[in-house]
Design a protein around this ligand. Structure first.
Ligand SMILES: Nc1ncnc2c1ncn2[C@@H]1O[C@H](COP(=O)(O)OP(=O)(O)OP(=O)(O)O)[C@@H](O)[C@H]1O
Ligand code: SF4
Ligand SMILES: [Mg+2]
Length: 333
């Protein structure tokens, strides 16, 4: 796996009632129809290298958080698997995934147990995983707080005694406590004031440099993704439809969905900008369109798009896109 520390291989997730043997038999006998299952994530294959930041972008409901939770071992996939580097090999068991991948959520208040003091919040996982002795936790917690820019004296406080930005720093410290190689940040700065966002983003950058940390960075904010990410994956209705180095993706987006998403959006400007709403509603993941799932909204859709799902093809070095327009002779872009 060389410097690859994380790999998702054909990961899918469906929600809804599973169809047991009796259900399948009833459908086969014409005694009922199969209950619909919601396809939240569909056959996603992605790798992340040590120290790399992979941005994950797509409209609301496209499956980003579901994929993030699967990546962090919080949610089991329905199909496919996640594996992480472990020693000289790879491992796909939940314990090893939890040690390697940690998650920081949008709402730090919701993710921190309000009845636990900061020192308990920061040390319980590390003690459980044998990374620190119980008698050494005071120094351990003090070091973690310092690393995220907080005073060691905060160890005795409770989450409600902090501001939103400070709470997010505590959530980051808790993630770091297990010495992960990868942190999944799910809209981790979205709920913060713009000035606090910049400070927390700087902290992410700093920790990355200091610890060679990798991030799966899920965000609605294109400016933030462009600032932080080395590569960006674009998700639509549970599938990754384009993945490319960040610079190439923003300068030369290939997929019509990516182009619609970032078209003319001012970026790296004073104000962070979310992507624009795209014409037409995103179809329900309960009824994913046939062929290319973007075809009902795509201005360049062709007859083949309704029938055949396009494969991911490399359109440039490290730049993959799933669109029939890339087939030889399919027309100019
Ligand atoms: N536990 C669940 N049970 C049933 N459906 C779920 C569950 N979690 C997510 N979903 C559905 O799966 C789809 C993907 O949801 P997800 O939260 O992953 O999207 P998202 O891209 O993170 O959206 P947002 O940008 O709004 O956070 C949505 O249709 C959502 O309603
Ligand atoms: S495959 Fe067809 S419908 Fe899908 S994005 Fe490409 S041109 Fe549009
Ligand atoms: Mg989400």
């Amino acid at each position: 796996m060389n410097d690859v520390i994380f790999e998702a291989i054909g990961v899918s997730k469906q929600f809804g009632p599973p169809q047991g043997i009796l259900g399948r038999a009833a459908v086969a006998m014409g005694l009922g129809s199969a209950p619909k299952r919601l396809q939240a994530v569909n056959d996603v294959t992605l790798t992340i290298r040590q120290g790399e930041v992979l941005g994950l972008v797509g409209e609301s409901g496209c499956g980003k958080s579901t994929f993030g939770r699967i990546a962090a071992g919080i949610l089991p996939p329905s199909d496919g698997k996640v594996q992480v580097r472990a020693g000289d090999g790879v491992a796909d068991d939940t314990r090893e995934i939890h040690k390697t991948v940690q998650m920081v959520f949008q709402n730090p208040y919701g993710s921190l147990n309000p009845r636990m003091r900061v020192d308990q919040l920061l040390s319980e996982g590390a003690v459980y995983h044998g990374l620190v002795n119980r008698k050494d936790t005071t120094e351990f917690v003090a070091q973690l707080l310092l690393q995220v820019g907080l005073d060691a004296s905060y160890a005795a406080r409770y989450p409600h005694q902090f501001s939103g930005g400070q709470r997010q720093r505590i959530a980051i410290a808790r993630a770091l406590a297990l010495e992960p190689s990868l942190v999944v940040c799910d809209e981790a700065v979205s709920a913060l004031d713009v000035s606090i966002q910049a400070q927390v983003l700087n902290l992410f950058q700093h920790l990355r440099e200091q610890r060679n940390l990798a991030y799966l960075f899920i965000s609605h904010n294109l400016a933030v993704v462009e600032y932080l990410a080395d590569r960006v994956a674009i998700m639509y209705l549970g599938r990754v439809v384009e993945v490319a180095p960040a610079e190439a993706l923003f300068a030369r987006p290939n997929h019509p969905y990516t182009r619609a998403l970032i078209a003319d959006a001012p970026r790296i400007e004073a104000k962070p900008v979310s992507y624009r709403p795209i014409k037409g509603e995103m179809p329900s993941p309960l009824n994913v369109p046939s062929g290319c799932p973007f075809h009902p909204r795509c201005p360049q859709a062709m007859a083949v798009c309704k029938q055949v799902r396009p494969d991911m093809v490399e359109v440039d070095a490290g730049h993959l896109s799933a669109c029939h327009l890339n087939a030889p002779g399919a027309g100019t872009q």
